[in-house]
Design a protein around this ligand. Structure first.
Ligand code: NAI
Length: 349
């Protein structure tokens, strides 16, 4: 099913509002989800609406949060989300970080006590739209083994980075620090297919090809990915005085509970370094250089990070966004949620 961005946003807003969010906050969440679907990151788009609707309806997302913003220094601040929708709090916190970086060259803004905030590319692109560099990292629920471990400690702790080029083009890099998302394991289970042995481990910590034996995911590049997810947890959890490591709340454990997650935005103003014009020119040059690299056998062209998503976004703008039929049916139905997510261990069979 193909729908326009506007129609998809309306459907999501209506569902989240019926679940209990204010229209204003429902619009804030919908913007991030539509952004993800439009870039082809469907794992963080409309697919998540029913889960959010259930959590909102059960009180696990605060419908009426009192956001507070405290500047703790010329370049640092803490935004408290009062466990409201993470998408809304993270967006407002980035607005503040942008103002501070415009004035002082750099801003580091912690976002504490929030719910899940979705695809981080949304927030770093807020910075890019203002000719600034954006970096954002956040905590996620524990489902990854530390290198050499047999039980999960960290989440899929994502890292996003974006820098402005010329003519509205930009580099946007946004990834989980695991080899694969949990959704890919579920997909293999649904098709009863083996998975590559580099994705996940069983309950003994041994790499497995059986999707039904998966007990935890593996970090990207062994100890290096493990180090990156540790860094994310320190910056977005420990630094903000929040639960960290395997004490981070679970996405599905109890949907009545607030999640108390953390996120950190860093915004850098190129005008305070090499100068904005030179910076954007060099980013545009590096994008072009990458496209001109001789492709390896089997590849048509080297893409710069975010290029394929930007192309998808342009195509979707023209032809509408592809939404899986059963998700469209849910969005257009009268059902708020089907009680499908509460107390479901992500590793349940
Ligand atoms: P992915 O694996 O689809 O892409 C990772 C990065 O690699 C992207 O920047 C993409 O542009 C780049 N890339 C992919 N193929 C490429 C190619 N052929 N050439 C050049 N660059 C290429 O992303 P992943 O790891 O599945 O993450 C998906 C989303 O999930 C992200 O938006 C992330 O922020 C979000 N996420 C959010 C979490 C949360 O708790 N809020 C937790 C984990 C992930």
């Amino acid at each position: 099913m193909r729908v326009t961005k506007e129609k998809l946003k309306d459907l999501i807003v209506s569902k989240l509002h019926r679940a209990g969010l204010t229209v204003d906050h429902a619009e804030g969440v919908a913007d991030v989800l539509v952004h993800a679907d439009a870039r082809g990151v469907h794992s963080h788009g409309a697919m998540r609406v029913e889960y959010y609707a259930e959590r909102i309806a059960k009180g696990g997302i605060n419908n009426n949060p009192e956001f507070t913003f405290e500047k703790t220094g010329p370049c640092s601040a803490v935004f408290d989300g009062d466990n409201g929708a993470g998408h809304v709090a993270a967006k407002l916190a980035m607005d503040e970080a942008i103002k501070m970086a415009k004035e002082n060259g750099i801003a580091v803004v912690g976002v504490r006590r929030i719910g899940h905030s979705g695809a981080l590319s949304y927030f770093v692109q807020q910075a890019v739209n203002e000719d600034l560099i954006g970096i954002s990292v956040c905590q996620s629920d524990p489902m990854v083994v530390p290198f050499g471990g047999a039980e999960p400690y960290y989440g899929t702790n994502p890292i996003a980075f974006a820098a402005p080029g010329q003519d509205g083009e930009h580099i946007t890099f946004d990834m989980a620090t695991t080899v694969q998302a949990w959704g890919k394991i579920l997909h293999a289970r649904s098709k009863n297919e083996p998975i590559p042995d580099t994705w996940a481990v069983d309950s003994n910590g041994e790499q497995t090809t059986d999707p039904f034996k998966v007990n935890a995911l593996l970090p990207i590049a062994g100890p290096k990915g493990y180090g990156l997810m540790m860094m994310v947890d320190v910056l977005s959890g420990i630094l903000l005085g929040l639960p960290f490591g395997n004490k981070v709340s679970s996405m599905y454990h109890d949907l009545t509970e607030h999640r108390n997650l953390g996120q950190l935005h860093i915004v850098i103003n190129p005008a305070f370094f090499t100068g904005l014009g030179t910076f954007k020119e060099s980013i545009a040059q590096t994008m072009q250089d990458l496209n001109n690299i001789k492709p390896a056998p089997g590849y048509k062209q080297v893409s710069y990070p975010g290029q394929r998503s930007a192309e998808r976004e342009r195509a979707y703008e023209r032809d509408g966004i592809e939404i899986v039929d059963h998700i469209y049916e849910y969005l257009t139905s009268d059902v708020v949620h089907n009680n499908a997510y509460d107390n479901k261990s992500p590793f349940a069979k």
